[in-house]
Design a protein around this ligand. Structure first.
Ligand SMILES: *Cc1c(COP(=O)(O)O)cnc(C)c1O
Length: 485
């Protein structure tokens, strides 16, 4: 992919390592107006006490993998919501709860999750194809106030991510005499690890024997698909659930979800995915890939604000199965939810896993972000993302050549096997010095101890100029930390 960038620069008769090249690339970027949807923090606000250079300049915010910037419009939407709450509670006092049904901005609280569901589903890839089926399922509640007019049955928003992982495992991890195991990555995000171990213990089983982990080979960082498949072969007949991450949080590796899911199914396993670092970052086709279940958070690439409401996917083929699950009134069919019956009658599909009435404010925060994604178009974003990350890789390799011995990029080089994040590793003991240097110079990325710095140019608000600045500041900082080479 770095070659593509070099050829682009050659075609423009420009040096890839120049601000003129970045300027041209940014001018040609059809998505450039979306940067104005965000307020980029100024360097003086993020660099801390050791600020270097002009504090009034925008920072180089490359941290969408950890906490995406919130779109400005979200503030307006949330203010509308506060007004609606005031309206419901005071102005229209006698009919205080009416905003559940009759909302001044046409987002009734009782069905607020449906306002985001369609656009959420677009990002995990099954919306268009299934529009007609959704209409049939939801014909009785289709509503012209909804931005997309039809509701995807496979997706819902609820809780936060780890809660959703538990809700899904409670339903899909049903150990039998033959199948007790869960397969997960050895370096999975800790919360996922804790969750699967807890689920095993909740069934009075022992994680020591029931938790199977897959690690990269000695001396390698990414997991090879063949090694994942081998582990599935080895343990498949005794495994109940395989749960991996779509994009690995540490290395940025994008797993071959379709292939691994199909292989797991051949062995009779349920296959689920944690898409925290994948949603809004890489193209997903969860329905076509036959994924059984998935969960994700919305505050990373989805820019929905810290602790925002999370997402959940349950494949249509499970829409009407009556599997035991965590039950709550919000998972009950809408038709008789408010009749307060004793018997639980789940809504078909993902919504049947909801527990509580959703947080309206965090749902509206997600709405602001999804509108921006919808307007930009995910295919356009991905196209820009592939190029922007390739530029980061190409420029870093070129500019940091004198420091080649002092760092590595552990993210796969093939763009099909990564999203926008590149993970740079440094010697143990030096990484935090590099990290502090970046911060003082207004480059916002994040570290994962002991050796990794994750830099993620996101296509919605990052520019080629951002990448140029990040790399040249990294060079300056490495010169300070390692001595100029
Ligand atoms: C970010 C992340 C989490 C965080 O979980 P929360 O419940 O949202 O706090 C969990 N798992 C993975 C894989 C993540 O990347």
């Amino acid at each position: 992919m770095t070659q593509v960038i070099q050829e682009l620069a050659k075609g423009l008769n420009m040096d890839m390592d120049s601000q003129a090249f970045c300027k041209t690339m940014d001018e040609r970027d059809s998505l450039r107006r979306f940067r104005d949807e965000f307020s980029i923090p100024l360097k003086k606000d993020v660099a801390g006490d050791n600020l270097q250079g002009d504090g009034e300049e925008p920072s180089v915010y490359m941290c969408g993998n950890s906490l995406g910037l919130m779109p400005l419009r979200t503030r307006d939407l949330v203010m509308q919501e506060f007004d609606s709450i005031l309206y419901a509670l005071t102005i229209d006092n006698s009919r205080g709860v009416e905003a559940h049904w009759d909302h001044p901005y046409n987002r009734p609280w009782a069905t607020v999750d449906e306002v985001v569901k369609g656009m959420m589903a677009e990002l995990v890839g099954m919306y268009n194809m299934h529009q007609s089926i959704f209409c049939i399922f939801y014909a009785n509640i289709s509503d012209d106030r909804l931005p997309i007019g039809a509701l995807p049955i496979e997706v819902t928003t609820m809780n936060t991510l780890t809660g959703n992982v538990h809700a899904l495992l409670s339903a899909f991890y049903r150990p039998t005499v033959e199948r007790t195991k869960i397969i997960i990555e050895k370096k999975a995000f800790p919360s996922d690890f804790y969750a699967v171990a807890a689920q095993i213990k909740l069934h009075d089983l022992d994680p020591e024997s029931c938790l199977i982990t897959i690690a990269p080979r000695e001396g390698e960082d990414a997991l090879r698909t063949e090694d994942i498949l081998d582990t599935i072969s080895m343990h498949g007949s005794t495994t109940a659930v395989i749960m991996l991450s779509g994009v690995q949080y540490y290395t940025g590796q994008f797993f071959e979800i379709e292939k691994i899911t199909a292989y797991g199914h051949e062995q009779g396993c349920v296959v689920g995915w944690d898409l925290a670092h994948a949603v809004g970052n890489v193209p997903l086709q969860l329905h076509d890939w036959n994924v059984d279940f998935a969960a994700w958070c919305s505050y990373k690439y989805l820019n929905s604000s810290p602790g925002g409401i999370a997402g959940l996917f349950v494949h249509e083929k499970h829409a009407n199965d009556q599997r035991p699950r965590l039950q709550g009134w919000w998972g009950n069919r809408k038709e008789d939810r408010f009749e307060m019956k004793e018997e639980f009658n789940p809504t078909p599909g993902a919504s049947g896993y909801q527990l509580s009435n959703p947080s309206v404010i965090t749902t509206i925060c997600l709405l602001g972000s999804l509108q921006v994604f919808h307007e930009a178009g995910f295919a356009n974003l991905r196209e820009k993302s592939v190029h922007l990350t390739a530029y980061l890789e190409a420029l870093a390799t070129h500019v940091l050549a004198p420091h080649a011995a002092n760092y590595n990029i552990i993210t796969p080089t093939n763009p099909d096997h990564r999203g926008c994040q590149l993970s740079f590793t440094f010697e143990h003991g030096k990484m935090m010095d590099v990290m502090h240097g970046l911060q003082s110079n207004g480059v916002i990325c994040d570290e994962r101890k002991p050796t990794c710095i994750r830099i993620a140019p996101t296509p919605l608000y990052n520019t080629y100029n951002d990448v140029y600045n990040a790399v040249h500041i990294l060079k300056k900082v490495m010169d300070q930390v390692y001595g100029s080479q």
